[in-house]
Write a protein that binds this ligand. Structure first.
Ligand code: ZN
Length: 309
């Protein structure tokens, strides 16, 4: 089969439940774009798919793409890509939002990524510890963190094999040169699976909500050669600052201002040296472990090392 014929067959298959469309017709439209208008094949494909979506009054995620790339979890670096993955279900969490059927972590040789399956997709349940080939999942990105969404076109094949899940933690060290906004005493959206930080009491997804207090530091470490953005969650922030959540709330209440908390943290932390280890998510290192260094970090040394498994 020619390249165009293969694409045409896949597109016709994608729409077979929705439209009366033949491979010949699809191929003709693709050929017209590619040969007559010199449109690259991928672009022609997108254009033809979009016109059929319009015709069938469907959304993109209601059809499969077909013929996806098989991608390693930590290679995911783009939003809204249709991909296939082979991964182990490392962990399942209790979904507290009724729209979510399953939520947890998938792992492969490269590392781990969050996944979500929605009730409306009506998929078979994944078992913790089992390995699956998941066809047609969609990537999602939020603040540099990537995850995958299972959807109604996702194919699930349980494999009789195990995967040694990779450790994608890195270690960075350097002087803490800045604490970014959104640090200190913050409020998060209470919706399950959301946890977005509220801006003036609003979640960008769920609007006005009664937020839950949390502690976080978004810091910048400078090793003399490069800067690394690091996020400290509540536990590591408490450890780092010696200020516990309740104490932080008390400080803020006394001052009638939450920003006193980050001001206090800034005074204590900025200019000091730290070594931080944890998984890399997007441009951030999520601090699992943090150690205060007495000696300044050596800028000549190789300062980022992948921790061996
Ligand atoms: Zn929210």
């Amino acid at each position: 089969m020619s390249d165009l014929r293969t694409h045409a067959a896949e597109i016709a298959e994608q729409f077979s439940d929705h439209l009366d469309v033949s491979e010949d017709e699809v191929e003709e439209r693709l050929r017209n774009l590619v040969e007559e208008y010199r449109v690259p094949v991928e672009e022609a494909r997108r254009s033809v798919v979009n016109s059929y979506l319009d015709e069938a009054d469907l959304e993109r995620d209601e059809i499969g793409r077909g013929g996806n790339d098989e991608v390693h979890l930590t290679d995911i670096d783009e939003d809204e890509q249709w991909i296939d993955v082979t991964a182990k279900v490392v962990e399942l969490w209790e979904p507290q939002n009724e729209a979510i059927a399953q939520v947890g972590l998938l792992g492969d040789e490269s590392g781990r990524t969050k996944f979500v399956a929605f009730e409306t997709s009506d998929l078979p349940e994944l078992e913790e510890g089992a390995v699956y080939r998941l066809g047609n999942v969609v990537t999602d990105e939020y603040q540099g963190n990537f995850s995958v969404k299972l959807n109604r076109t996702t194919t699930i094949e349980k494999l009789d094999e195990d995967i040694e899940v990779g450790d994608d933690a890195v270690t960075v060290e350097g002087a803490l040169v800045d604490i970014q906004s959104g640090s200190g005493l913050i409020k998060r959206c209470p919706e399950e699976g959301c946890t977005r930080v509220l801006q003036n009491g609003r979640c960008s997804e769920h609007g006005d909500v009664e937020g839950e207090f949390d502690l976080r530091i978004k810091g910048v470490l400078d090793d003399g050669a490069a800067v690394h953005e690091v996020i400290f969650g509540r536990e590591t922030t408490e450890e780092l600052t010696g200020i516990e959540l309740e104490e932080a709330q008390q400080l803020a209440m006394d001052a009638l201002d939450t920003s006193v908390v980050v001001d206090e943290m800034r005074q204590d932390l900025v200019g000091r040296y730290y070594r931080v280890s944890g998984p890399e998510l997007g441009r951030y290192v999520l601090a699992d472990e943090v150690e205060r260094l007495t000696e300044p970090a050596d800028p000549e040394a190789v300062l980022i090392k992948a921790r061996s498994i």
